[in-house]
Design a protein around this ligand. Structure first.
Ligand code: HEM
Length: 555
């Protein structure tokens, strides 16, 4: 070692002399060697300690993750957290160590216990500074979360959703239908009168969910579906991207400008717009002698008084909560609709079966199908939505909680000490072979009672269906999401025929070698799991429903 150090010192001297820097101070190479040796010993002993003796040492997982969460960092970068964590669980089983202080669990007994109680506080929360004030989703304070959920509750009850159903129908599926009809009419006028058009359903579903939330939480239809743009879209995308990176790699909070360099001004635009809408609404109510003019989510938020403190939300809090409606209520529902539509196209037997159910139950196309009426009458459509959210859970990245004082014993017998982060990997849970037979097969019947499934089986499956999370922080917007997604599919599938364009490299016969099932378009996970290349993969052909299908289904 010392001969090597002497040799290096000599080389430094001759190089600096050759360069004319006679006074160049040559580092004391033996000192350098010492430092490197000490750091290496420290790292190796840390690896040995955390892997072999530390409190989490018995949890299976790769050695490198015990020191640096490399799997997580890599998949955050690639936007494939859902698939990356799934591979780790496939390799190591129901509990896997994914970081020095991070353990991911798929056993229902474990994640149900974690999600059931506020004692396990939320971690990996988005940084609140971007929204100005904490909101229901971002807060890790159980008391604040409970208060906000109490305030928001009236906006999301089934009764309130039913009261808003007409608005949802109009700004959602009816508007979508008008857009298709316009496209068909324009095409017939200009080109071949085939009556069929190609549309980008991924974009259109995205626009539609914005219009619905615009109507319910901003008191105005953004007109995004008809226009195809929204000035706030860049800002919303930026908030999602920034949040996604910062949740998993908190150090990036100090380098936010690096993640979305040109978008921070667009984020401001979103918050300013929301601020403006709230001010106008408050003024409108004042002008109406204090009586609310509208009955929507925004009004519920403005009027909400906490029964325990007697306080209303202040303006920054209102802005943060109302922006959350846009962030939480658009991508989630639109991605689910896109995945469902794609899956119907590559599983034609499911598509034909659901069209038959809807078209025979509601043959009168002049009357829109509503959620309150349709849910009980269209059980196969309901099962399709369940299965699509199991198969491609848009929230599939997952969520995390911190283990409280006293630690917890996992079902596998491993003890997890207080302070450890427990990750709930939703995609992995939905594809766990112990919970789901043939998890890579899209099979809606698994959510229906039939000769193969008893009521108890279906009940159990729904208990392991965790797309809306579970327990104390269960998604409060789930009734709204179900309502808009159900009405959209019911009305579109009754009134139109859909099929994939011929030049699309996907279809029922394009098989994925690994799963033996139809290939699925690639996805990316930035807060939600979305189709990765919407401009390439989002195309579908559509025309008005023909009698051909009706007669085929009649037999
Ligand atoms: C298919 C649609 C949806 C899915 C899959 C979904 C999924 C989820 C999940 C998994 C969580 C828990 C996240 C966590 O604990 O980290 C959540 C929370 C939340 N969601 Fe949804 N969501 C959907 C639609 C909506 C809609 C339409 C709204 C409102 C307009 C909404 C509002 C919220 C809010 C406010 C929270 C925070 C709850 C809390 O932390 O206490 N979501 N959602």
């Amino acid at each position: 070692m010392s001969r090597l150090a002497d040799h290096l010192a000599l080389t430094f001297h001759s190089v600096s002399a050759n360069l004319g820097y006679e006074d160049f101070t040559v580092p004391d190479v033996s000192m350098l060697t010492l430092v490197i040796t000490i750091v290496s010993i420290f790292l190796v002993s840390k690896i040995i300690y955390t892997h072999c003796f530390g409190p989490l040492s018995k949890i299976p997982g790769s050695i490198i993750n015990t020191v640096i969460p490399t799997t997580m960092l890599y998949h955050v970068y690639k936007e494939t957290i859902d698939l990356g964590f799934y591979e780790e669980h496939k390799k190591y089983g129901e509990c896997v160590r994914l970081g020095p202080n991070l353990v991911s669990v798929t056993n229902p007994a474990d994640w149900k216990r974690v999600l059931m109680s506020h004692k396990f506080s939320k971690t990996m929360t988005p940084n609140i500074t971007i929204m100005g004030a904490p909101n229901t989703f971002t807060t890790d304070d159980p008391e604040l979360n409970k208060t906000r959920r109490r305030l928001l509750k009236p906006a999301y009850t089934t009764t309130h959703i039913a009261a808003m159903e007409d608005k949802i129908l109009e700004s959602g599926p009816m508007s979508f239908k008008r857009k298709i009809d316009d496209a068909i009419q324009n095409r017939s006028r200009d080109k071949k009168p085939s009556g069929a058009v190609r549309i980008n359903y991924i974009d259109w579903f995205h626009y539609m969910t914005f219009d619905i939330i615009g109507e319910l939480a901003f008191g105005q239809n953004f007109g995004m579906l008809q226009r195809g743009d929204l000035m706030m879209l860049d800002g919303i995308k930026a908030i999602n991207t920034i949040n996604s990176f910062e949740i998993f790699v908190p150090i990036l909070r100090n380098f936010r400008w690096l993640i979305a360099p040109f978008s921070l001004k667009n984020v401001r635009l979103v918050l300013d717009f929301t601020w403006d809408v709230i001010n106008k609404r408050i003024q409108e109510t004042k002008n109406n002698n204090g009586k609310p003019v509208h009955q929507d989510i925004l009004q519920v938020l403005i009027d909400a008084v906490d029964t325990e403190t007697g306080k209303k939300m202040n303006k920054p809090e209102l802005v943060s909560e109302n922006t959350l409606q846009l962030l939480g209520g658009t991508d989630t529902s639109s991605n689910t609709l896109s995945w469902t539509m794609f899956l119907l196209m590559v599983y034609p037997e499911v598509y034909h079966k659901v069209c038959k159910e809807i078209r025979t139950t509601y043959p009168d196309r002049s009357k829109p199908i509503t959620y309150t009426e349709g849910l009980a009458k269209l059980p196969y459509l309901e099962a399709i939505l369940y299965e699509s959210m199991r198969f491609k859970p848009t929230s599939g990245g997952g969520t995390a909680r911190r283990v409280p004082e006293g630690g917890m014993m996992l079902a596998s017998g491993h003890f997890i000490p207080a302070g450890t982060e427990i990750f709930i990997p939703i995609y992995s849970i939905h594809h766990d072979k112990k919970l789901w037979k043939d998890p890579h097969v899209f099979y809606p019947e698994r959510f229906m009672v039939n000769e193969n499934s008893t009521e108890k089986d279906v009940y159990e499956r729904k208990r392991n269906f965790v797309v809306f999370s579970s327990g104390v922080r269960l998604c409060p917007g789930r009734n709204l999401a179900w309502c808009e997604m159900f009405m959209t599919l019911a009305n579109l599938l009754r009134d139109y025929d859909f099929w994939l364009p011929e030049d699309m490299p996907y279809g029922p016969d394009v098989i994925d070698e690994e799963t033996g099932q139809p290939k699925i378009i690639p996805s990316r996970m930035a807060i939600t799991i979305a189709p990765r290349y919407p401009q390439r993969d989002g195309w579908i052909c559509v025309k008005h429903n023909t009698d051909y299908l009706m007669t085929t289904f009649a037999h």
